[in-house]
Design a protein around this ligand. Sequence first.
Ligand SMILES: C[S@@+](CC[C@H](N)C(=O)[O-])C[C@H]1O[C@@H](n2cnc3c(N)ncnc32)[C@H](O)[C@@H]1O
Length: 284
Amino acid sequence: MGPYDKGPEHSGFSADAIDTSKAHPARMNDYYLGGWDNYEVDREAGDRVLAMHPQVRESAVANRAFLGRALRELTGGGIRQIIDIGTGIPTSPNAHEMAREVAPDTVVVYVDNDPIVATHAGARLTNAERTAFVLADLRDPKAILDHPDVRALIDFEQPVALVMCIVLTFLRDEDDPAACVAAFADALPAGSHLVLTHSTYEPYEGYAEGRVEEWKRTAVEEVYQGSAAPLTLRSKAEVTSLFGPFTLLEPGVVRVPLWRPDGEVPGAAELNDIVFYGGVGRKD
Ligand SMILES: C[S@@+](CC[C@H](N)C(=O)[O-])C[C@H]1O[C@@H](n2cnc3c(N)ncnc32)[C@H](O)[C@@H]1O
């Protein structure tokens, strides 16, 4: 049984729950981002993905840059609370560091279902004030929303930035990711926002010489199929529909570097290789 099979009722951390026999998406992401919290099995799987699609590393970096822009924008607009679901292994800067560049009083609750992430949370996430880490599964929104640490930090009368970056891609269609998003939306007041990124197999709009062809989609999915959490790649239309009750802010769902860029934007070939869509939606 791997850490992803433990079910939503698992709320405490046990070192036994760390499965190092299979590559793990959180540790593979850490490897792409140049971190040290990964094992041989993660590096091997990561190298297989990078051999097929070398730009996955740039995609991971562009995804973090998107998150920074989105959080600075939302905190600039007055939001002071963040729930970051699918936190990943801490990497610098983390959500509380990004948000606190603008608003030092922002509170952040980190949520992940991976015990490995939990082992690092104490040293690198919850060592800061007004932060918490909750080991829970996003497929059980109620367990997260009712968690005492969430209730202690988050004021559900005030708007929240709900972050789901490269996490719904680890939910299969039968997990009903849209219903998970909707359950969180129901619990949050108007003015709350969803910050979402998601992996795709689609080539960049209008880019003829696509490197993100069908065979690569299959190959990337195959590597992750053997990992602790299989990857489901989705189209722009599917990612857009995940926003559900959240109204998309301009420019909608786009390749992550194109979301309100604060510098030069990559060309079509590079955008084609950045296999993540991102967007921000508002609950009215
Ligand atoms: C690729 S990492 C993304 C990390 C970070 N959000 C980012 O965008 O850089 C995906 C994270 O989602 C977590 N995750 C996957 N499925 C989850 C679930 N059902 N509930 C909570 N966390 C999950 C994994 O453990 C991993 O840490």
